[in-house]
Design a protein around this ligand. Structure first.
Ligand SMILES: [Zn+2]
Length: 315
């Protein structure tokens, strides 16, 4: 019995040491320091961190040029925490596991957190998106809250090349169904419902792309510098575009709706072709059946004729 007890004690001790070693390894972090970033990652996932390093420096350079930002000397590095798996990202950030969040950027500390698993989004795009938020915050400084959330997200999505024609389709569809969310309602926060939040991002992305297409590549840069000076985004829009925000929103909605209706046939072509084929099949089947019936009837008549035509009765 004693021996058994001793064995149990040894086993328990070994398991405890193993558990402590594993948790120590899990909590262990490594870091890569570059010119502008300090990237923290789990030691086993250095390749993911290395990828983010490359993406981050390139994105910071490009986004800074696009948005007219020049970093003053002596600024601290932007900290990025790289999570290599979706469960690590969820547990490390504490986000709701059902929410499709793939990155975060904190104001103040400028801390960026990235889901580098690629489960829901390209790591390159997530990195560029969050870095854009940091650059915008640096440009605006104490005026950061004056920029509507939809403008912030719209710029980040366009700068990270996440914008696509799907945004316009989503917005066009929402307008046609009466589900459109006015921009004024997503200026401070986005809805929490998954479908609504997708629409809010699509609206933000589509509208900011519309502004850039209509008023030139330097639109974001001018909008941000005007907002940083006046602290009034609506006035910044008027100075940069010559139109009021509500007039621009109206014109953009009109152009999206027009494009949505024009591309209806294109989007529904497979369905339309399928429906036509089905109708043609039914018609062909009916035609065959009709012909068969007509032929049967003809035979019947011929048979009847044969049967009825006895000729004149014999004299
Ligand atoms: Zn964002």
């Amino acid at each position: 019995m004693l021996r058994l007890k001793n064995n149990r004690a040894v086993f328990a001790t070994v398991m405890l040491i193993l558990a402590l070693t594993l948790s120590a390894n899990a909590a262990k972090k490594s870091a890569i320091t570059t010119k502008n970033f300090s990237i923290v990652y789990s030691p086993a996932n250095k390749s993911d961190a290395q990828l983010v390093v490359d993406y981050a420096e390139k994105a910071l350079d490009r986004v800074s040029k696009d948005l007219g930002y020049e970093a003053p000397t002596g600024l601290s590095r932007i900290p990025i925490r790289v999570y290599s798996s979706r469960p690590d990202f969820v547990s490390g950030t504490g986000i709701d596991k059902d929410r499709l969040v793939v990155g975060r950027a904190w104001s103040g500390t400028e801390q960026i957190e990235i889901d580098a698993s690629g489960t829901y989004a390209w790591v390159e795009q997530v990195t560029a998106h969050e870095i854009t938020h940091v650059v915008i915050a640096r440009i605006l400084g104490i005026r950061a809250s004056k920029l509507p959330l939809w403008a912030n997200e719209g710029i980040a999505r366009n700068e990270s090349n996440e914008a696509s024609s799907e945004d316009n389709d989503l917005v066009g569809d929402a307008i046609s169904k009466g589900d459109y969310i006015p921009l004024s309602q997503i200026a401070k926060r986005f809805p929490s419902d998954d479908e609504q939040v997708s629409l809010a991002y699509a609206e933000a992305t589509s509208f900011m792309r519309y502004l850039k297409t209509k008023h030139g590549m330097g639109t974001y840069k001018r909008l941000l510098s005007e907002t940083a000076v006046s602290g009034n985004f609506d006035k910044a829009v008027e100075r940069v575009t010559g139109s009021t925000l509500s007039a621009l929103e109206k014109a953009w909605r009109k152009s999206v709706s027009k494009g949505f209706s024009a591309s209806w046939l294109g989007r529904n072509l497979p369905t339309v072709v399928g429906a036509l084929m089905a109708i043609l099949c039914v018609l062909a089947y009916k035609a065959i059946k009709l012909r068969q019936r007509w032929n049967s009837a003809k035979w019947l008549i011929e048979d009847s004729d044969d049967g009825l035509d006895y000729g004149p009765p014999p004299e």
